[in-house]
Design a protein around this ligand. Structure first.
Ligand code: ADP
Ligand code: MG
Length: 683
């Protein structure tokens, strides 16, 4: 029953099932495990006679009439009741599309209702208020309505009230939930058993109970993740890899051929990777550095070292444009200093003959490095002796794709993943726990900071003027479309509409281009932008704009308030790469104070890691998006605010694996971990 889809809940309709699915709630188990993230209080009941229009209020009274009705205009079903209280005033209450209300409540019932007070047909009114029957309730006092109301994460069309109703009907099943936390761990950390945590989490009597329930759920989730990482680390460490000996000559030649000095952070990261590669077990390292921090040079140093040890390397990038950019850069970094080191490209748009040539070179050991896209993981690609596999923008690939790449050699190659999303240390440990992390927290010298401004709705014209000015001065601009939580088709359509509007009404004289995920010609458009033919590029957030266009000096982001700070910072990193002063314009549709305050952080903070931390702090406080991209619920994300918790969880998971290799004696945990390793794309 727990694994039944939510559609099995009594009275639930298909649209609501879809909405729940969107929130990641597919089964009854998911529903039970998703606790409210906060509570709403309406306060103590007040007399109807003293109600003020526009206020949130709680009222206790007697139903003097109640009947189902149909609205005259839109033919909506509703239940309408009149409630009267001791102040002898009446309140009309209307529940739309909630026919069950009419079955629950009857004339003469004492009820509590809580909601927004309005005026309708000359009478005080509440629409769709929370309600509770007080009969049979010992004190005749409202226990929930005027006290705590749960707040659940929502998508359009859902309400916390609805979710609370479904949870209510599912709660009797809580006793069947299996506890994946070993009892010893639970006792050690004084954590509630799962069934109790679920009951108290949804229906606590006190805030303290709810917090305890949340602590338990967050702990369990992090524990499951860390157990999965511990298992992965153990399995990687059990496989042999060919050690790559460190050579000072190689590093000297590499540095001599670069044309610039490595930054301190680059040297440190390179050194960390070299130390890993010297070992007879595979390196498994994440290179985490801000956009433009020079990760490619670090990877190139590793390639040079592998080559000197007689081993080949492979570098996989998510798009063809990036792969081509890497081809040029790796050649520039390596080919002059290491004459025998040839770099080849493998992408699906090449001719069959060219691909065959590259595949033969790889299989026969005649090229030292192959750079490419997904084409690299096709079955017929083989390497003679692969020593190092590198994945760029690693979050764009799934576990399986990375595994396929690693499997291209005999035995396991050393593995280096790169990500341009600065991740705070705790989050990195929590979501990439199976890897060691090198941080490049320093930019190469000489970069001019990007001037960042928040543009409120009525100043939009100014933003357009800046774009025009810069383009007239020979520069280029990006326009990023707002994030729409919907299908890719909808996103594509709205981007297209915005592109057409700008081209027609705002920049009729400028050459513009459009890229979105659905577009077949997106590589062509990107190339036209790189070459300078297209001056203004309209792009959706889903599209890879991770290419170097030093001539672009304006990054204009529509609906900036909908993005996380880390993501805004990513976009900003696309400009400021050339000599000219660059600008980042954050357009917002939401001029409210919290939104503006958050965006203003962008104007003050330039360090991607600091912004990521701020992002986490702010989102942790409630407004959460994108947490699932880290494979965690918002609850777990929030728990990460206490770094001690994470290290405790990590230790517990490790010592459990030591005592019980493979988690054979903890079958529930084993199953949960297996599910996670299969599903996750974060490792
Ligand atoms: P990332 O992949 O981390 O975003 P790249 O490796 O693409 O960054 O490097 C960005 C740009 O900075 C490239 O043009 C690169 O040649 C240059 N670069 C990298 N390291 C240095 C350095 N230490 N000094 C000067 N320029 C550098
Ligand atoms: Mg890069």
């Amino acid at each position: 029953m727990l694994d039944a889809p939510v559609s099995a809940l009594p009275g639930i309709k298909a649209p609501d099932v879809n909405r729940l699915n969107k929130l990641g709630v597919e089964t009854i188990r998911d529903l039970l495990l998703t606790l409210p993230f906060d509570w709403e209080t309406y306060g103590e009941p007040v007399p109807i006679a003293s109600l003020a229009v526009g206020a949130q209020a709680t009222v206790v009274g007697t139903i003097i009439s109640i009947a189902p009705k149909i609205t005259r205009f839109k033919k909506m079903k509703l239940t309408e009741a009149i409630i009267r209280d001791e102040s002898d005033a009446g309140l009309r209450v209307a529940w739309f599309n909630q026919p069950f209300v009419a079955r629950q409540l009857h004339k003469g019932d004492r009820v509590a209702v809580a909601g927004l007070v309005k005026i309708g047909y000359g009478m005080l009114e509440m629409q769709n208020p929370h309600h509770e029957r007080l009969e049979g309730n010992e004190e005749g006092e409202p226990s929930r309505v005027g006290g705590l109301m749960p707040k659940y994460h929502l998508v359009g069309g859902l309400s916390s009230k609805k979710i609370a109703g479904w949870v209510e009907s599912a709660l009797p099943l809580a006793g069947e939930l299996e506890d994946l936390l070993p009892e010893r761990v639970r006792e050690h950390h004084r954590l509630l058993p799962v069934a109790e945590a679920v009951r108290l989490g949804h229906r606590p009597d006190t805030f303290a109970q709810w917090r305890e329930a949340r602590r338990r759920m967050a702990f369990a989730e992090l524990f499951e993740l860390q157990a999965a990482f511990a298992l992965m680390r153990a399995s990687i460490a059990a496989e042999p890899a060919t050690p790559i000996a460190y050579s000072q000559d190689v590093i000297d030649a590499f540095k001599a051929g670069l044309g610039f000095e490595l930054t301190r952070a680059q040297r440190r990261s390179t050194w960390e990777a070299f130390q890993d590669m010297e070992k007879p077990v595979p390196m498994n390292r994440l290179l985490n550095g801000d956009v433009g921090s020079g990760k490619t040079a670090v990877a190139a140093a590793c390639v040079a070292m592998a080559h000197a040890a007689g081993l080949q390397s492979v570098v996989m990038a998510p798009t063809e444009i990036l792969a081509r950019q890497h081809l040029h850069r790796f050649r520039a970094y390596l080919e002059a200093s290491f004459p025998g080191l040839t770099v080849e490209l493998l992408v699906s748009s090449q001719s069959a003959a060219e691909r065959r040539r590259v595949k033969t070179a790889a299989a026969s050991g005649h090229c030292a490095l192959v750079v490419g896209t997904h084409a690299l993981i096709e079955e017929d690609v083989e390497f003679m002796d692969l020593g190092l596999a590198v994945v760029d923008e690693q979050h764009r690939f799934g576990t399986r794709q990375r595994e396929l790449l690693r499997a291209k050699g005999q035995g396991r190659p050393h593995f280096l993943a790169m990500t341009a999303t600065p991740i705070p240390r705790t989050l990195a440990l929590a979501s990439y726990g199976e890897m060691s992390v090198s941080v490049i927290d320093e930019q190469p010298p000489g970069r001019m900071p990007v001037e960042t401004e928040v543009v409120e709705p009525d100043q939009r014209r100014r933003a357009y003027e800046l774009v025009r000015e810069q383009v007239h001065a020979g520069r280029q601009a990006f326009v990023i479309c707002p994030l729409i939580e919907d299908s890719e088709t909808v996103v594509a359509r709205s981007a297209t509409a915005e592109f057409e509007r700008l081209q027609k009404d705002v920049f009729p004289d400028l050459r513009m281009g459009l890229v979105h995920g659905r577009l077949k010609e997106k590589d062509e458009v990107m190339r036209a932008f790189v070459s300078g033919e297209v001056r203004v590029l309209v792009a959706t957030a889903v599209v890879e704009v991770g290419v170097d266009v030093p001539n672009a000096t304006v990054m204009m982001i529509e609906g900036a308030d909908r993005f996380g700070l880390a993501q805004l910072h990513q976009f900003r990193g696309r400009v400021g790469r050339g000599a000219g002063q660059s600008h980042c314009l954050l357009l917002t549709d939401d001029p409210s104070e919290p939104a503006l305050n958050r965006l203003n952080l962008m104007t003050q903070i330039r360090d991607g890691f600091k912004l990521a931390e701020e992002d986490m702090r702010i989102r942790g406080m409630g407004e959460l998006m994108g947490s699932r991209q880290h494979g965690m619920s918002d609850l777990a994300m929030q728990a990460l605010q206490q770094p001690e918790l994470l290290s405790e969880v990590r230790q517990e998971a490790e010592s459990l694996l030591e005592a019980d290799p493979g988690f054979e004696h903890n079958p529930l945990l084993k199953a949960a971990v297996a599910r996670r390793l299969d599903l996750t794309s974060i490792s």
